[in-house]
Structures are given as structure tokens and as C-alpha cells.
Design a protein. Structure first.
Length: 94
């Protein structure tokens, strides 16, 4: 699972909500900037934590799939080699 963008997306959504609320509440510029910086930093940290949790929980799944796919590819290669061997044997017999 691609989780590289998770902290950035969470931060941007939090920043958007903060901007909308700041404008609707007619917040002063200084207070708005301080609030926005605090929100962006805190939600970036929360996004990084969420990314770590997602990476940890979904790490095993691709490895299992890769192992299964490798096993299937090996089985397919063995079958194709056997078929090629029987074709060669048949052509030699003729």
C-alpha cells in the first residue's frame, strides 16, 4: 500500500478546515497564522503516526502475496519446461 502521501493529505485537509473556519469567524491575522501553524505541525505529526501504523499493519500482506506469486511463477515455469521437454521428445521420436 502506498502511504507516502498520508501525512501530507491529512495536513492539507486540516489546513483547509482551519482556513475556512478562520475566515468565517473573522479571525485576526496574527491569531490565524499562529493557529494555522500549530494545526499544520500537529496534524503532520499525526499523519506520520498514521503512516507508520498503516505501514506496520499492511507490511505482511504484500510479502505473502509476493511469496504466493513467486510460487505460482515457479510452478508455471516448471509446467512450461515439462511441456517443452515432451515436445522435444515427440519431435525426436518422429
Amino acid at each position: 500500500m502506498k502511504t507516502k502521501q498520508v501525512p501530507v493529505l491529512i495536513t492539507l485537509v486540516a489546513g483547509l478546515v482551519t482556513c475556512i473556519l478562520g475566515f468565517t469567524m473573522h479571525m485576526g491575522t496574527g491569531q490565524f497564522v499562529r493557529t494555522l501553524v500549530i494545526v499544520l505541525v500537529s496534524f503532520y505529526i499525526l499523519g506520520c503516526i498514521a503512516k507508520l501504523i498503516l505501514d506496520k499493519n499492511f507490511k505482511e500482506e504484500p510479502e505473502e502475496e509476493a511469496t504466493e506469486e513467486a510460487g505460482e511463477e515457479t510452478a508455471e515455469e516448471d509446467e512450461s519446461k515439462e511441456e517443452a521437454g515432451t515436445i522435444k521428445e515427440e519431435s525426436i521420436e518422429k
